[in-house]
Design a protein around this ligand. Structure first.
Ligand SMILES: NC(=O)c1ccc[n+]([C@@H]2O[C@H](COP(=O)([O-])OP(=O)(O)OC[C@H]3O[C@@H](n4cnc5c(N)ncnc54)[C@H](OP(=O)(O)O)[C@@H]3O)[C@@H](O)[C@H]2O)c1
Length: 315
């Protein structure tokens, strides 16, 4: 099939391109040429999503949109000559998330400004333009090699550095993650099969635990498990200073995203230890260096060594 990837050069989009090319598809990527490098075996059209005229007058069997954040640009892309549209959305479309468990039937934002609100409006715009030829995948926490957001890579690099590492909560606390390569496979499946609908795109509930995840990162560090309440008392900035951590009691839905529908549609997830191992291999081979062109303000600023030392003095 002829596949248009809106984006395709940084993290998830790069894996989508790899997956589609491996399956023998003809791939076109569309980006401004500011971040990442277009794949050598894909056609690259340079342009901004705000103006899709460079893509007009041509047709694709499907598009996978990894870089849409608002109704106007996503609606404009959905107005192109496309057989099917697969949009990468987020669980942030649910006002209930992460406070409460969500499924695809949970209400989505209908108004307001912000990341989740923009994704929800973008879903509606594309759905309106494409009708029954539209799928949206509401991704959970995406991880894997080339991760420019650098949440799991931060944890892996912190373990690699060794010493006492502040590990949040209890080792048995659960998480759900999705390897970008597994998500990419699912996105290409949906495009190939022209599947329509909304799907939560992450690992199954109970997929892994903090103990398994950090344990798989390496054995250089001593993990010091700090209860949520102690971290809150120490005013550790949730999700940011300790990436991927939200206090379980206050955010009971964080790792309770129902993925039954996506699994029934074919989403499978590789072992978490394999993902963590591959992130480590990527880091050991200088992976983080490739992110030099990514705007650093888009990356969260996790705990500094000074903050970590202060935290250990406090607890
Ligand atoms: N990371 C997570 O945990 C997480 C969780 C839930 C959902 N998501 C969603 O997953 C997706 C992640 O995708 P990714 O960033 O890894 O995808 P990607 O396709 O690998 O990278 C983003 C692409 O978009 C292009 N782009 C950005 N702004 C553009 C513009 N105005 N016009 C044209 N091209 C533009 C970038 O190139 P240029 O900058 O050179 O144009 C780049 O090629 C996002 O939609 C995100 O909201 C992420």
């Amino acid at each position: 099939m002829k596949l248009l990837v809106l984006g395709g050069t940084v993290f998830l989009g790069r894996h989508v391109v790899d997956e589609a090319l491996a399956r023998g598809h003809e791939v076109t990527t569309y980006s401004r040429g500011l971040h990442g490098t277009p794949h050598a075996h894909a056609e690259h059209v340079k342009g901004d999503r705000a103006d899709v005229t460079p893509l007009e007058g041509r047709g694709w069997d499907a598009a996978i949109d990894t870089s849409g954040y608002d109704a106007d640009t996503v609606g404009a892309s959905a107005g192109l000559d496309l057989g099917h549209y697969v949009f990468v959305s987020s669980c942030n479309v649910y006002p209930d998330w992460p406070d409460r468990p969500v499924s695809e039937d949970s209400p989505t934002w209908q108004e307001g400004e912000g990341y989740g609100q923009g994704k929800a409006a973008a879903e509606r715009a594309a759905h309106e333009a494409m009708g029954g030829r539209f799928a949206t995948v509401r991704a959970g926490l995406i991880v894997g090699p080339h991760d420019n957001v650098f949440r799991l890579p931060w944890w892996v690099s912190r373990v690699m550095r060794g010493g006492r590492v502040p590990a949040p909560g209890r080792p048995e606390n659960e998480l759900q993650i999705i390897d970008a390569r597994d998500l990419a496979r699912f996105l290409v499946d949906l495009a190939e099969q022209r599947t329509a609908g909304a799907f939560n795109g992450t690992g199954p509930i109970g997929q892994t635990t903090w103990g398994e995840l950090l344990g798989a990162a390496g054995d250089e560090a001593e993990l010091v498990w700090i209860p949520d309440e102690r971290l809150e008392q120490a005013e550790v900035q949730e999700w940011v200073e300790l990436p991927m951590w939200l206090p379980a009691a206050r955010y009971a839905g964080t790792w309770r995203i129902d993925t039954t529908r996506a699994q029934a549609a074919g989403l499978t997830t590789r072992p978490v230890a394999e993902t963590v191992r591959d992130v480590r291999i990527w880091l050991e081979n200088g992976g983080a260096e490739e992110l030099h062109d990514w705007r650093s303000e888009h990356r969260p600023q996790p705990m500094s060594a000074e903050r970590e030392a202060a935290l250990f003095r406090l607890i």
